[in-house]
Design a protein around this ligand. Structure first.
Ligand SMILES: Nc1ncnc2c1ncn2[C@@H]1O[C@H](COP(=O)(O)OP(=O)(O)O)[C@@H](O)[C@H]1O
Ligand SMILES: [Mg+2]
Length: 266
């Protein structure tokens, strides 16, 4: 059993596979609030799960919005699959704390929402329907296709939101505190589900979280954000097999290392 390796550089190591996302020298300022973060460089490899960890208000959500193409940085550049990013990329998908399902659409139509069925030839429509069905099945909601959002529990709604993201077959899934509103048991189920489905879908993930244990249980790499203005403080490659609950000593060692860095960052 290897111990988690502590990386010195917060940018992904050069030895790894091709990057799905590369960001260099990012800064962002809100009018009136000033600089939210600066000097942020980060790359995410194909199929890699990166947790962006930091305390509330340190700028994680703002950074995620910039990396996803939802907001423009004051300086620096984001590249998605090698191309400069000016708006959300069709091969990316987003999941937020609230599932944001459309209440007037049944579950299957929510999952398929945005896939543009109307403008496709018949064969392509059938393929899209297959993608929707596979995504619903993967998140454990098969049989609930005709349910209305109001009939779903919080956990089921978040499963549907995850299925909606998977149906886009994303190269990169952006997830901003997706499980924070769930109870602890449902959250643990969803964390395991996330790891399982993104491995099956071959997607990379940027998971924003303030929960150290969530980051440790899910991520291949943890990037710690902190300071005012926010910046990336330290990163850890997490070399612990799944399910990580089976390796409590390695998990504890990593948690202590992160807690130590947090003390120095604040
Ligand atoms: N729309 C906005 N207008 C002005 N300030 C904002 C806005 N959104 C966030 N901020 C400020 O930017 C900082 C970072 O916020 P945020 O990215 O939401 O942090 P986190 O996600 O880490 O909790 C905070 O100080 C917050 O008050
Ligand atoms: Mg946030």
């Amino acid at each position: 059993m290897n111990n988690p390796v502590v990386e010195r550089d917060v940018v992904a190591s050069a030895a790894a596979g091709p990057a799905v996302l590369e960001a260099h020298g990012l800064s962002y300022a809100h009018a009136g609030v000033g600089t939210v973060f600066e000097g942020v460089s980060l790359s995410i490899r194909r199929r890699e799960i990166v947790a962006l960890l930091g305390s509330s208000g340190c700028g994680k959500s703002t950074l995620l919005r910039v990396l996803a193409g939802l907001a423009q940085p004051a300086s620096g550049e984001v590249r998605f699959l090698g191309e400069p990013l000016a708006e959300p990329h069709p091969r990316s998908a987003l999941v937020f704390q609230q599932a944001s399902l459309l209440p007037w659409l049944k579950l299957a139509d929510n999952v398929g929402f945005g896939l543009d069925f109307a403008h496709q030839p018949k064969a392509a429509r059938a393929a899209l329907q297959g993608r929707v069905a596979a995504a619903i099945e993967a998140v454990g909601l098969a049989g609930r296709e005709a349910a209305w959002p109001a009939q779903l529990s919080g956990g089921m709604a978040q499963r549907a939101a995850l299925a909606r993201a998977l149906a886009r077959e994303p190269e990169l899934l952006f997830a901003d505190e997706p499980f924070s509103a769930l109870d602890a048991i449902t959250r643990a189920e969803m964390q395991a589900l996330l790891v399982d489905v993104v491995h099956r879908w071959h997607s990379a993930v940027l998971l924003v979280t303030h929960d150290i244990d969530e980051a440790i249980l899910v991520a291949d790499r943890i990037v710690l954000m902190g300071g005012r203005p926010g910046h990336l403080v330290q990163a850890w490659a997490v070399d612990i097999p799944h399910p990580r609950e089976d390796f409590p000593e390695a998990v504890t060692a990593l948690r202590l290392s992160i807690l130590g860095a947090l003390r120095h960052a604040s």
